[in-house]
Design a protein around this ligand. Structure first.
Ligand code: ADP
Ligand code: MG
Length: 654
């Protein structure tokens, strides 16, 4: 139902999508303006998507961006003049690779020294350096100056763009949003995503897992005839992440039973394999190595991504890049089977993850009722074939548009969390913890308090004992991860429980782990006889932005917005002057108009053209330049109103 509904109610790109009329018509249809609407944002590694619940119609609308596209590249670019976000940023990536930032989601909430980032950095054309507390910082050149940006700032720019897309459509400010993250995002990645939302001026109502969101979208279809429990398997293979989830739907209830995934597997990896293949071919054919040339690599990568998409519906395609390197054109072809060969180990890795997820959920694959495909890369025929084989020919469910399902579900969740929104499907959602959580006990052993895949919110209390006589305090170190040795896992934070009474070793105290709906963990410890207590909310102090930093970035985001506006104002002023020059030049060349103008008027026009041209050519960045341009455009308007009237009249006839 979902895809049909989406197609029927959302026309493809049409002029009304980009002008304000669509929003007005929507408002009319909604019977109220979009004020107070809560949106759902799928903040993807490669593409993002925004959706809203239309109360009046009881359905979700996927919102088009200003280019008429339902998905927006998660790209941000910086130039000497301006900052670009989305399609505009991606479109100029090949010519400005060092200052075009993408894949921020791979970096968010991570440390610079993590080996996984080192591998990524080799492929990124933009520069990443280590900041304070090992936080990665992105280095770009903006307005001719070097600028260091936190990853949260980059993601906040993408989120701002998504908010603005929704605002333009609804013609009203939007504040509340549900944002999705991959199921395997850890605590610090989730928190960093919330921080990015705050910097973007959003009230992040909830962070939900992408497969869960997709399941919500899917569940909307099926729940009406879902009397018995159904096991649904969600397979989400996107651009940068891979998530699988097994969930059950019974009546109105969705329950995630297990999740598995790989935060570093997706379409970009398939692109990289093809890039490596053609770099080698170019080396063989031309004896030149382009592997150190970011611009050539970026252009080759774009061509490879296009070829990969084409290979999803055809069996052979060409890859052409003019002047790839040192003026040499590159032209080659690739078959679907070669593409599959290059990526077979990655596809098989996907299937191993599928198997692991089912094992975790202790569900045999024959008990899976539906297999749902989500994410752009789930369109790859070999992936579908392997899944088909794995599930022994069970037909794969593709009724949900793979690009939109996640935002769709997030919008439903946003409406559910909004007060007073009527007509929202009444569903209960349960999510699970992505990783096991526990504390370090004697011998560097990980003592798991909350095993992974436990339904949240959850609260669990375990009793531990002291390991030495007369121990007056105990250090509680909180870890996440699946390794038996605590120090092999990720340390989330630590605190001391002081004030233990003098006692032989083995004295008991309680440790309580509580996780809220967003997956945010609070750990407390208490000694019963004295009542001594201590607790921490795991804020990942070292990795997370401070309140002060967030405030600073909110202000910075404002100044970015102001600069964007200034740039647009200048561009508009230049355009209107250009427009005058064009019309006047054309008028002077036209015999008919010439005959209608007095020689004084012609003189006026010629000198105005000269002045306007010199203003446009006059050096950039002059103080007050925008005002000068705007003032002259206004002056021209008044001065030439009668003449322009004659010219316009002429143009309207011819
Ligand atoms: P993410 O959520 O990770 O940003 P998406 O679900 O939007 O990713 O999927 C983007 C990925 O899907 C990109 O790598 C893109 O190249 C790939 N993709 C899109 N369409 C196709 C297709 N027809 N065949 C193969 N891959 C595709
Ligand atoms: Mg996605």
């Amino acid at each position: 139902m979902s895809q049909k509904l989406l197609c029927k109610l959302q026309p493809l790109f049409s002029p009304e999508t980009v002008d304000g009329n669509h929003g007005r018509r929507l408002k009319e249809r909604m019977g109220k303006n979009g004020k107070g609407c809560a949106i759902g944002i799928d903040l993807g590694t490669t593409y993002s998507c925004v959706a809203v619940w239309l109360e009046q119609h009881g359905r979700v609308e996927i919102i088009h961006n200003d280019q008429g596209n339902k998905i927006t590249p998660s790209f941000v670019a910086f130039t000497d003049d301006q900052r670009l976000i989305g399609d505009a940023a991606k479109n100029q990536a090949a010519t400005n690779p060092e200052n075009t930032v993408f894949d921020a989601k791979r970096l968010i909430g991570r440390k610079y020294s993590e080996p996984i980032i080192k591998n990524d950095m080799m492929l990124w054309p933009f520069k990443v350096i280590a900041g304070d507390n090992d936080k990665p910082m992105i280095v770009v050149k903006y307005h001719g100056k070097e600028k260091h940006l936190f990853v949260e700032e980059i993601s906040s720019m993408v989120l701002t763009k998504m908010r603005e897309i929704a605002e333009a459509y609804l013609e009203s400010p939007v504040k509340n949003a549900v944002i999705t993250v991959p199921a395997y995002f850890n605590d610090s990645q989730r928190k960093a995503t919330i921080d990015a939302g705050v910097i973007a001026g959003l009230n992040v109502m909830r962070i939900i897992n992408e497969p869960t969101a997709a399941a919500i979208a899917y569940g909307l279809d099926k729940r009406t005839n879902c009397k018995k429990k159904r096991n649904i398997f969600i397979f989400d293979l996107g651009g940068g992440t891979f998530d699988v989830s097994l969930l059950t739907i019974k009546g109105k209830e969705f329950k995630v039973q297990a999740t598995a995934g790989n935060t570093h597997l997706g379409g970009e990896d398939f692109d990289s394999r093809m890039v490596e293949y053609f770099v080698e071919e170019f080396r063989r054919k031309s004896k030149l190595d382009i592997s150190e040339n970011p611009k050539a690599l970026r252009r080759l990568r774009s061509a490879c991504e296009r070829a990969k998409r084409t290979l999803s519906w055809t069996t052979c395609t060409t890859v052409e890049v003019d002047c790839l390197f040192q003026g040499i054109d590159f032209c080659s072809s690739i078959t679907r089977s070669r593409f599959e060969e290059l990526n077979m180990d990655l596809f098989e890795e996907c299937m191993e993850t599928v198997d692991r997820c089912l094992n975790d959920a202790k569900i045999d694959k024959c008990k899976v009722h539906d297999v749902v495909l989500v994410g752009g890369s789930s369109r790859i025929p070999k992936v579908k074939e392997l899944l088909d084989d794995f599930f022994k020919g069970k037909s794969l469910c593709k009724s949900i548009n793979p690009d939109e399902a996640v935002a769709y579900g997030a919008a439903v969740q946003a409406a559910l969390l909004s007060k007073g929104i009527k007509n929202v499907p009444d569903l209960v959602l349960y999510d699970v913890t992505p990783l096991s959580l526990g504390i370090c006990i004697k011998g560097d052993i990980m003592s798991v308090v909350i095993p992974r895949n436990t339904t949240i919110p959850v609260k669990k209390t375990y009793c531990y004992t002291t390991s030495a006589d007369n121990q007056s305090s105990v250090l509680i170190e909180v870890y996440e991860g699946e390794r038996a040795r605590a120090s092999d896992n990720n340390l989330l934070g630590s605190f001391d429980l002081f004030g233990l009474p003098p006692a032989p070793r083995g004295h008991p105290f309680d440790v309580c782990f509580a996780i809220d709906e967003n997956g945010i963990l609070c750990v407390s410890a208490k000694e019963k006889t004295t009542g001594s207590k201590n607790e921490i909310t795991i804020t990942n102090d070292k990795g997370r932005l401070s309140a002060h930093e967030i405030k600073k970035f909110i202000q910075e985001a404002e100044s970015f917005r102001a600069e964007d506006k200034k740039f647009l104002r200048k561009a508009n002023a230049m355009n209107s002057l250009n427009d005058y020059i064009y019309k006047m030049k054309k008028a002077l060349k036209n015999d008919y108009i010439n005959s209608k103008l007095s020689s004084e008027e012609k003189e006026k026009i010629s000198s105005a053209i000269t002045k306007a041209t010199s203003l446009l050519d006059g050096g950039n960045n002059k103080p007050g330049e925008i005002e000068v341009l705007e003032d002259y455009a206004k002056e021209l308007k008044i001065m030439f109103e009668p003449i322009v009237g004659k010219i316009d009249l002429f143009f309207s006839f011819y």
